[in-house]
Design a protein around this ligand. Structure first.
Ligand code: CAA
Length: 259
């Protein structure tokens, strides 16, 4: 029996793990995969037993981009009326819990954009990042032209978008595109350790931090600082925050209730 599900979903303690699985197409992102990814992300986000989510691919490819075969004959009307990208790729933006991308091999086009939409990127030494849409006379249309310059600055982003330049893991690390680089053989294990560490912290505090850091991307500094300060004041309504501070003073481990 063949298993044609485009992704695998499992849990490890408080971590939700999603593995993209279209090996024949290097995890090219089609509607079936992006619908399933959105569903899995929303399910983990709604599950109080989950504190962090990991998205990974295969050893060869995190994802080689939007599925070119599925896109090749679409018309302007198709993409406009069907809200291409907006309809299902953007679901990740509504996820409140931390999402970590574990990237080995190719993260190209939409695959690079999917990684950029995650909160933390752990790259294996083999990871390769590119926005090669220009080769197709297309453009990075899943947030790439917006998130990449915010992540690595205009000069590097223009170079990548206009010339299809591919970055290896070390370059991506140097430019601030990824959070950490690890050996390939340790990618999943190290990412799960990180996700487990994050997921053990107070969930409402994680959500407040994620919202606040994302504000830095999306608003002027004055607005961002105001948002951060309100988020900080909100922490004083959290029993976990009082527990965390008192545990420190009592020199004991905090017991978070995620409240
Ligand atoms: N869409 C559909 N199929 C893809 C694909 C994609 N993005 N990328 C790879 N595949 C398929 C190939 O067609 C091939 O299928 P067949 O075996 O049936 O021929 C299979 O996956 C393996 O690929 P290759 O033989 O090309 O593997 P390789 O190791 O020689 O090269 C690669 C790997 C450099 C990643 C190359 O596959 C490649 O350049 N892929 C396309 C990358 C790309 O252009 N991505 C951007 C897509 S557009 C986009 O993402 C728009 C957006 O912003 C939303």
């Amino acid at each position: 029996m063949t298993d044609d599900r485009p992704l695998r979903v499992e849990t490890q303690g408080r971590v939700g793990l999603i593995t993209l699985h279209r090996p024949q197409q290097l995890n090219a992102l089609n509607d079936a995969l992006m619908d399933a990814l959105g569903e899995a992300l929303l399910a983990f986000d709604a599950d109080p037993g989950i504190g962090a989510i990991v998205i990974t691919g295969s050893e060869k490819a995190f994802a080689a981009g939007a599925d070119i075969e599925a896109m090749a004959d679409l018309t302007f009307m198709d993409v406009t009326q069907g809200q291409f990208i907006t309809r299902n790729w953007e679901t990740i933006r509504s996820v409140r819990k931390p999402v970590i991308a574990a990237v080995a091999g190719y993260a190209m086009g939409g695959g690079c954009e999917l990684a950029l939409a995650c909160d933390v990127i752990v790259a294996a030494e083999s990871a390769r990042f590119a926005l090669p849409e220009i080769k197709l006379a297309m453009l990075p249309g899943a947030g790439g032209t917006q998130r990449l310059p915010r992540a690595i600055g205009k000069a590097k982003a223009m170079d990548m978008c206009l010339s299809a330049r591919m970055l290896d893991a070390q370059e991506a690390d140097r430019y601030g595109l990824v959070s950490r680089v690890v050996p390939d053989a340790e990618l999943l294990e190290r990412t799960l350790v990180l996700a487990t560490q994050i997921a053990a912290f107070s969930l409402p505090a994680l959500v407040a931090i994620k919202e606040s850091v994302n504000r830095a991307w999306e608003s002027p500094l004055t607005e961002g600082i105001l948002f951060e300060r309100r988020a900080l004041y909100g922490r004083f309504a959290s029993s976990d925050a009082h527990e965390g501070m008192h545990a420190f003073l009592d020199k004991r481990k905090p017991a978070f209730a995620h409240r």
